[in-house]
Design a protein around this ligand. Structure first.
Ligand code: CTP
Ligand code: K
Ligand code: MG
Length: 181
């Protein structure tokens, strides 16, 4: 595959993992997952990780995967590029995994004394990628190995932080997010 084709494939394959956190920003609020509980004097996760945000983020990413699968043939033809499709298990794995990765990162942020909203460079940009890939691997192993070859994984790890910085910057400028990370 040409480099451009690899990047297009990688970004399309990761779209169901990119959407959940942004949907959670729009839909978040309500009861925090940790129920306000603390551990070692600090919140377990914090008010930024809610049941509603997690549920809506997961559903949004899963539905997007199913929609992308419907339009993949026509978009592939229009672009003259090959694009991956998603099984329900693959889409759910990516979406739920993205949310889990983000939740895991908040757990680590609280353990390292960072308040809600504090930046953790590197972790902020890749937490959901690691979560999404691991969950997709568990939920749909053969789909995963066919879709995420080594060059595709490299493209994901390089391109995602760039995309993450840009989308969060836009969300911040639009007043949707309190911080640009
Ligand atoms: N959000 C949510 N549920 C999630 C993830 C995010 O409700 N599982 C919503 C919250 O309103 C959150 C916002 O999306 O404040 C932004 O998400 P994020 O930047 O991940 O959370 P922070 O508030 O910055 O908290 P943290 O420091 O724990 O990352
Ligand atoms: K985050
Ligand atoms: Mg944040």
């Amino acid at each position: 595959m040409e480099t451009v084709d690899t990047v297009v494939w990688a970004l399309w394959a990761m779209l169901p993992a990119y959407i959940p956190n942004n949907a959670a920003v729009l839909a978040g609020g309500g009861r925090p997952i940790d129920g306000g509980r603390t551990w070692g004097g600090r919140r377990v996760l914090g008010d930024g990780k809610t049941w509603r945000g997690t549920l809506i983020g997961t559903v949004a990413g899963t539905l997007l995967a199913l929609g992308l699968t419907q339009i993949a043939p026509s978009v592939s033809a229009a672009l003259g590029a090959d694009l991956p499709t998603f099984s329900l298990r693959a889409g759910f794995g990516l979406a739920f995994g993205a949310m889990l990765g983000d939740i895991g990162a908040s757990f680590l942020k609280r353990r390292t004394g960072r308040e809600r909203g504090a930046a953790f460079p590197g972790l902020d940009q890749l937490d959901f990628v690691v979560g999404a890939l691991l969950c997709a691997l568990v939920a749909a192993p053969s789909w995963f190995t066919e879709t995420f070859t080594l060059p595709v994984l490299v493209a994901v790890v390089v391109a995602t932080p760039v995309l993450h910085v840009v989308t969060n910057g836009i969300a911040y400028l639009l007043g949707l997010k309190n911080e640009p990370w």
